[in-house]
Design a protein around this ligand. Structure first.
Ligand SMILES: Cc1cc2nc3c(=O)[nH]c(=O)nc-3n(C[C@H](O)[C@H](O)[C@H](O)COP(=O)(O)OP(=O)(O)OC[C@H]3O[C@@H](n4cnc5c(N)ncnc54)[C@H](O)[C@@H]3O)c2cc1C
Length: 291
């Protein structure tokens, strides 16, 4: 839609050109959310496109994803054979409720900065233990763990004018086995619960579970010893009280108990055969049926 409140679009070649931040400014990435509803408080868009950050840079340390990397670019990434979690990138892209336009225009950073519960790039970054590099306007760059970036529904740790620059996925995490389970209230609908488990290839004990979409912000459960289904269910219940599930039209509040059960059972199944598989594993959608 047209944004009638916008009177200027800046196209800086470097983020340093924007030193003074004022009310009315907004960073523009893919624009898929910015142009989807009125932005009455915004009069100036600052387009990130001309910064020309390389979308994806792989090294022995891991994968650096520029905030401006498009979802379609991430989807096409092919990692080295030892990064057996690479298919998780594609699986998380597939968790978007996305049209062709969103798929090709939306950015990884835009999705993380939107900080919606069903933001699949948040799920991906948290599950693969990413570190986010943030560029404040008037201070040195800082780094935050991805799992701590989102603080609630549509809120995060970004300070005024601060820019998300980079998402670093460590090689260690990319080399873990994984499984993803997604629950939605409708067949192709937005995620109501998204759960990702990862395990080391060297140990059958450890397990890292990342829960998103069903909670306002990502939650992580780390186990040194592989939990029984009951232990896993209890750990999820202890971490997510019944009234803490995210409550909206796509959410699961009406069916939280059954969804929690489904999620914990799905996660247990995910954790066992799929994560135990030596190489690439697939995802399974599961519908949440109200109790
Ligand atoms: C039909 C439809 C379906 C959608 N489906 C989903 C979905 O399934 N899941 C979901 O999470 N969202 C969804 N969205 C919302 C939105 O499109 C996505 O979150 C998308 O990933 C946003 O990315 P973008 O690059 O287009 O961000 P933009 O719209 O350009 O920006 C989004 C916000 O983030 C800020 N921002 C962008 N990049 C940066 C940066 N690098 N540093 C600091 N701030 C930044 C902007 O200022 C703005 O406030 C949907 C939207 C529509 C219209």
């Amino acid at each position: 839609m047209n944004l009638n409140s916008v009177v200027e679009v800046k196209r800086p070649a470097s983020a340093d050109e924007i030193r003074q931040w004022r009310d009315g400014y907004a960073w523009l990435a893919g624009g898929t959310w910015l142009f989807s509803e009125p932005q009455d408080a915004t009069d100036t868009l600052i387009d990130l496109d001309q910064l020309h950050w390389p979308a994806l840079e792989a090294s022995s340390a891991g994968l650096d994803i520029a905030a401006t990397c498009r979802i379609a670019e991430l989807y096409r990434f092919e990692g080295p054979a030892e990064w057996i979690a690479t298919p998780l990138l594609r699986e998380c892209c597939n968790c978007f409720l996305a049209s062709f336009k969103i798929w090709n225009a939306a950015t990884v950073g835009g999705n993380i900065c939107m900080s919606l519960p069903a933001g699949p790039m948040i799920s991906l970054a948290a599950a693969l233990e990413a570190t986010l590099t943030l560029w404040p306007r008037d201070a040195a760059p800082r780094e935050v763990p991805a799992v701590d970036f989102v603080t609630g529904n549509h809120t995060n740790v970004l300070q005024r004018g601060e820019l998300l620059r980079n998402i670093h996925l460590p090689a260690r995490a990319l080399s873990r086995r994984f499984a993803l389970r997604r629950a939605s209230l409708t067949q192709l609908g937005r995620s109501a619960a998204l759960l990702i488990g990862t395990r080391s290839v060297h140990s059958d004990d450890d397990l890292l579970i990342t829960i998103t979409a069903t909670t306002p912000r990502p939650l992580q459960l780390r186990f040194d010893r592989f939990p029984s289904a009951n232990d896993l269910r209890q750990a999820i219940d202890a971490r997510i009280p019944a009234d803490s599930y995210f409550d909206d039209v796509h959410g699961v509040s009406a069916c939280a108990p059954s969804c929690a059960t489904a999620v914990s059972l799905a996660s247990r199944r995910a954790a066992t055969p799929a994560i135990a598989a030596p190489a690439r594993s697939g995802s399974t959608g599961c519908r949440c049926i109200p109790a």
